[in-house]
Design a protein around this ligand. Structure first.
Ligand code: AMP
Ligand code: MG
Length: 406
């Protein structure tokens, strides 16, 4: 057994991204193709949004000063969305619709439900206030302001905002290339025939590939590496020819059949490999040539959790992404954990609102790192500090999957 002291999660994460330079390549993409891409530079808006004062409601527009003390006004013009701005005669009202330009000379809109229109005259309510129901030019975005920061990962609403500002293209960082390799003599691909005794289907490869694809990474997979030194070395060497990051699963423990760590030490360098978390103690990090290397444990739950804890932040740093720490929340434990673990533990849990209205966490009964069904059942991880027991009713920290993997 190695005597290397265990690193805390934060220490391991910090070491992993220390001195890491983001990839420099950039490309221009159409905004329709930009979902999930990372902005290479801040984006400013060349125009004001809205571009003109417009009505927030269907109603009647008029000049407040000229309507004061009057209950009815002649309706002399009409302004619908898409119309050019009209000019309102003094002391008159304009029939106006949502999104329509406020006519020149008007400064207030009263909603139609509060008015009555008869024979070309609108009867106003007794009370209305100056300037109401108008969306002012530039109130959303002033001309020339920064709308999105460099390093921002584009979501649907960001693409909407880019379009609102008239942008057709943005400059983004190039996609990362990730090579995903699973290891293990026991692994078979689903569809490759009936399992022989001792064999299992490879679940890590499609699962991790899916997590990568969701992040907009170019993910390639190779043949499963056998538990053999020479083949593992060769697999890593080949992967390093092209990949920004090599991710492997399995073979990073200290067992006789664990070759990844040894092969990494021969082909490149190993930076860390034992972290005080459960699941996922054996996590390797290093470099082979120009590629970064992350070796995840083979157990599928461990692979899933350590992907979130290590690979996700690493990809962010390498892609030049400014990623905020995934938000967590506190909830009441509906479970107990009598025996404390000396490692920080991430249990698979589910959040619901209890009968008394308090958010509450239940844990999957099967917390084995091989039992993938717990991750399917769960919607996040319960973060139990090292050495802590949990009593029912105690507050525990919960980390929803969304923030973790996004
Ligand atoms: P290892 O980390 O290689 O010692 O593997 C730990 C456990 O995870 C063993 O039970 C393996 O059979 C299992 N395992 C390793 N790789 C995979 C995989 N790609 N898919 C499913 N299970 C795996
Ligand atoms: Mg193995």
């Amino acid at each position: 057994m190695s005597k290397t002291p265990l690193l805390t999660l934060e220490e391991a994460q910090a070491r992993m991204v220390a001195d890491l330079e983001p990839v420099t390549g950039c490309e221009d993409v159409r905004i329709g193709d930009a979902l999930g891409r990372i902005l290479a530079a801040p984006v400013t808006s060349a125009i004001a949004v809205p571009g003109f004062d417009n009505s927030a409601m269907d109603g009647y527009a008029f000049a407040a000063a000229l309507a004061a003390g009057r209950r009815s006004l002649p309706v002399t013009c009409r302004s619908a969305a898409g119309d050019r701005p009209a000019v309102l005669a003094p002391g008159c009202a304009c029939r106006i619709f949502t999104g329509a330009p406020v006519p020149q000379g008007a400064d207030t809109v009263v909603i139609q439900e509060a008015c009555a229109e008869e024979n070309g005259t609108v009867v106003l309510p007794a009370d209305w206030s100056f300037g109401s129901n108008i969306r002012r030019r530039g109130e959303d975005i002033a001309e020339g302001t920064e709308i999105l920061a460099g390093g921002h990962r584009l979501r649907a609403q960001d693409i909407g905002l880019l379009a609102a500002c008239g942008r057709t293209q943005v400059t983004v960082r190039r996609r990362l290339r990730v090579r995903l390799l699973t290891t293990g003599n026991e692994l078979r691909e689903p569809g490759s025939g009936v399992l022989a005794p001792g064999q299992i289907y490879d679940s890590n490869r499609p699962m991790l590939r899916a997590l990568l694809l969701r992040l907009g990474v170019e993910a390639t997979t190779g043949e499963t590496l056998p538990d053999a030194f020479a083949a593992t070395r060769q697999g890593l060497r080949e992967a390093a020819e092209d990949a920004d990051v090599i991710v492997t699963t399995g073979g990073v423990s200290v067992g006789e059949e664990d070759y990844v760590k040894k092969a990494l030490e021969e082909e490149g360098s190993l930076s860390l490999w034992r972290v005080a978390i459960k699941p996922g103690k054996p996590v390797a990090f290093g470099r082979i040539g120009k590629s970064l290397f992350v070796g995840l444990p083979g157990n599928p739950v461990s692979g899933f959790v350590t992907f979130a804890l290590f690979v996700r932040p690493l990809l962010a740093a390498l892609a030049g992404e400014i990623r905020r720490t995934p938000p967590t929340l506190m909830a009441r434990a509906a479970f107990e954990r009598k025996k404390p673990d000396n490692r920080r533990e991430f249990l698979r849990g589910r959040l619901h609102v209890a009968a008394d209205g308090i958010p509450e966490i239940t844990c999957h009964r099967q917390q084995s790192s091989g039992a993938l069904s717990s991750t399917v059942w769960a919607d996040g991880l319960v973060d139990i500090p090292a050495g802590a027991a949990v009593e029912k009713g105690q507050w525990v920290r919960f980390q929803p999957f969304e923030g973790l993997f996004d």
